[in-house]
Design a binder for this molecule. Structure first.
Ligand SMILES: Cc1cc2nc3c(=O)[nH]c(=O)nc-3n(C[C@H](O)[C@H](O)[C@H](O)COP(=O)(O)OP(=O)(O)OC[C@H]3O[C@@H](n4cnc5c(N)ncnc54)[C@H](O)[C@@H]3O)c2cc1C
Length: 99
């Protein structure tokens, strides 16, 4: 279980760094479309992984609606859809790489 929590920490730290990179680029008045797509894809998918691990760590209680983790997981899944799906973020990233 400690490994799962460590993985959560890695995912959250990496997600935060990617979001801060976009903010920093925009503060500099620079183009950040590809970096924003990278951040959106990574953050939303990392959020799903983190919430799945949180549910697993809590065992059966994690699955029960009384403990809110299942609702947080559903909210995390929405993140891969709204403000551009992760498939579309990958199209933007691929285009920025000339593909
Ligand atoms: C919780 C939530 C909140 C939302 N809030 C808003 C909001 O505030 N404002 C708003 O305007 N919209 C909102 N949406 C709508 C959201 O933007 C759309 O659901 C999303 O853009 C996907 O569009 P779609 O549902 O029409 O799916 P479709 O466009 O039909 O796509 C279906 C699937 O095909 C994939 N796909 C589509 N085209 C391609 C392609 N060219 N290449 C590869 N894969 C592709 C998609 O990634 C998706 O997995 C929200 C959605 C959710 C779930």
């Amino acid at each position: 279980m400690a490994d799962k929590v460590a993985n959560m920490k890695i995912a959250v730290d990496a997600a935060r760094a990617l979001v801060l990179r976009v903010g920093w680029l925009m503060d500099q008045g620079r183009e950040a479309m590809a970096e924003a797509a990278v951040a959106k894809a990574f953050v939303s998918e990392a959020s799903v992984r983190v919430h799945l691990d949180a549910l697993q760590v809590h065992g059966g209680y994690g699955y029960m609606s009384e403990f809110e983790i299942e609702r947080d997981l559903r909210d995390a899944l929405g993140g891969t859809l709204y403000s551009g799906t992760t498939e579309i973020q990958r199209r933007i990233i691929a285009r920025s790489l000339g593909l």
